[in-house]
Design a protein around this ligand. Structure first.
Ligand code: AMP
Length: 279
């Protein structure tokens, strides 16, 4: 596995690969890698002949300076983990001087992305995501890009952008990878104290209970209100808890086959997100 930080060096390599008829898959990440990220890498099996993982903690997608500063970073362990897979050709770790030089002034905006869920909760976040993903797709010359359902709204926005702007890339998705107690794997979990980690396990179990009651005995409204109360009692600050279509992200009913439950909730200053399909 080659570690490349220089954009021109990466450009030379991907040009050479394309000339040789190779196909390129990319997994964009912010590092502090875990099995969720590795599942994205494995999703490229049989789809491409070359694999690039990018690690870049993208400053413009953080709407909170402390969140950016405290975001976990473990560059050596990340490189080791990727090397051990034996299937990653390049780890690309660009730096901010190159990503956002002095006169950088372009942003990619998917209309409406900032009005719901994490978009409403984190102003400017998705503009930062779409801008960096556009740059990474251009820089890596990827034929296939993989994103996780963990960040379901992000995945939807990236699919919209790739389709609207005719990016020559196929977008693949991977279901949420979870711990044994069902907590979704996340780099931010590393910041939880032992007590917060125990509390965090209540997030997926309360979502599952909410889904069960929506399907059986309660209206959506009542089930969501009960779940919100229980999350608050468990120590969470709930940012949103909503039932939306997995296709359009519009508010929907439990009978919709694409319905998913979406949550963002914080323990202290650590913001966790999750989502689950009803069916
Ligand atoms: P991040 O490093 O958190 O920006 O995530 C990079 C990519 O990995 C995104 O496409 C995420 O949706 C995906 N990802 C992160 N955690 C998980 C998980 N637990 N299951 C599936 N995909 C994940």
């Amino acid at each position: 596995m080659q570690i490349i930080t220089d954009r021109q060096e990466l450009a030379r390599l991907v040009t050479q690969w394309h000339r040789q008829g190779e196909t390129i898959g990319v997994v964009p990440t912010m590092g502090s890698l875990h099995n969720g990220h590795l599942a994205l890498v494995r999703a490229l099996d049989g789809k491409v002949t070359r694999r690039i993982v990018t690690i870049y903690v993208n400053p413009i997608q953080f709407n909170n300076a402390d969140d950016f500063r405290l975001y976990p970073r473990s560059p050596e362990a990340d490189a080791d983990l990727l090397r051990q897979t034996g299937i990653v050709d390049v780890l690309y770790t660009p730096d901010s001087k190159d990503m956002y030089p002095e006169y950088f002034s372009t942003q990619v905006t998917v209309s409406g992305a900032d009005t719901i869920l994490c978009g409403a909760d984190r102003p400017g976040h998705f503009n930062g995501v779409t801008t960096i993903v556009t740059k990474l797709l251009m820089q890596t010359g990827a034929d296939v890009a993989v994103f996780g359902e963990k960040d379901f709204q992000q995945l939807s926005i990236i699919r919209r952008m790739a389709e609207d702007l005719n990016f020559p890339v196929s977008v693949l998705s991977v279901p949420v990878v979870r711990e044994a107690d069902q907590l979704a794997l996340s780099s931010r979990n590393r910041r939880l104290t032992a007590q917060q980690r125990r509390q965090a396990a209540q997030l997926p179990s309360l979502l599952l209970a909410c889904i069960a009651s929506m399907k059986h005995d309660q209206t959506e409204e009542n089930a969501l209100a009960t779940c919100r109360t229980k999350l608050t009692q468990a120590g969470f600050t709930v940012h949103y808890l909503e039932l939306r279509s997995g296709e359009t992200l519009k508010i929907t009913a439990a009978a919709d086959p694409s319905a998913r439950l979406f949550v963002a909730a914080s323990l202290g200053d650590i913001r966790l997100i999750d989502n689950m399909p009803l069916s």
